[in-house]
Design a protein around this ligand. Structure first.
Ligand SMILES: CC(C)(COP(=O)(O)OP(=O)(O)OC[C@H]1O[C@@H](n2cnc3c(N)ncnc32)[C@H](O)[C@@H]1OP(=O)(O)O)[C@@H](O)C(=O)NCCC(=O)NCCS
Length: 219
């Protein structure tokens, strides 16, 4: 069982026992080709040298293993380059095992980490660099209400061609995302943005709304 949990997934710090899995994922082109570091196979020995820094959650990068509902490590998620003045950070995420994708694990993991980042790290905004031809990731971020802030043309060389990079951003504080309540005007949320699948309860109490029962998997 992980440290942060919502029933669908758990997040826990990386441990030494994760080395083989991390190395297997690192050497899988389908996992790393669109990530910032790109696809570069590395030996288990080199990966082991990196392990201390990967495990360290005390600095400005915080990585977590994503465990599924039966406690199996299926991927990694992290907040990188946290800036404590501006209260910004960058998100990185992958589900390493292809058979575990499309099950809502990444969305659940993100929501957990967003809630943790807002509630315990006092973060304000998260950004993500997304290769525009990475359709799954673009859709993933849009689903989580990231907006496209910009596009860097031909920014990355991947698989023999230059690819555009989308800069995505999201302000935290959409507490509705994690099932809380939020006073009117307290965040960046606007009523017209409520997706139709949300059940919205208007409490009429201190201008509070509670959002419940989102009808998609992963909640
Ligand atoms: C992007 C990634 C993290 C999504 O993980 P996942 O667990 O499969 O995602 P979820 O099951 O939570 O899906 C959430 C949404 O993502 C989008 N999505 C996921 N897989 C998709 C696919 N193959 N094609 C299109 N959209 C997809 C959908 O919008 C989906 O919502 P829906 O189920 O309501 O349609 C995963 O595909 C992955 O690890 N890719 C390789 C690494 C990577 O590219 N990371 C992102 C770098 S920016």
């Amino acid at each position: 069982m992980g440290v942060l949990s919502n029933g669908n997934v758990s997040l826990r710090p990386i441990e030494r026992r994760d080395l083989d899995k991390l190395n297997q994922w690192k050497n899988d082109e389908s996992v790393y080709r669109f990530l910032g570091g790109g696809f570069l196979p590395v030996s288990r020995d080199i990966q082991e040298k990196w392990l201390d820094s990967l495990m360290d959650t005390t600095g400005n990068s915080k990585r977590f293993m994503i465990e599924n509902d039966v406690g199996e490590a299926v991927g990694m998620i992290g907040l990188y380059g946290i800036n404590w003045v501006h209260r910004t950070c960058e998100l990185g995420i992958f589900i390493g095992d292809g058979s575990q994708r499309g099950k809502g694990y990444a969305s659940s993991a993100y929501r957990l980490l967003e809630a943790y980042g807002a509630m315990y790290l006092n973060l304000r905004k998260v950004t993500a660099d997304v290769v525009d031809k990475n359709d799954a990731a673009v859709s993933f971020y849009e689903n989580l209400h990231f907006r496209q802030a910009g596009r860097l043309s031909k920014q990355r060389f991947i698989g023999g061609e230059y690819c555009d990079l989308l800069i995505m951003e999201k302000f935290l504080g959409d507490k509705e995302e994690w099932g809380g309540c939020c006073s009117k005007g307290g965040g960046v949320f606007h009523p017209e943005e409520v997706p139709p699948q949300w059940l919205v309860l208007e409490l009429g109490f201190q201008n509070c709304r509670v959002f419940m029962g989102k009808t998609r998997k992963g909640w």
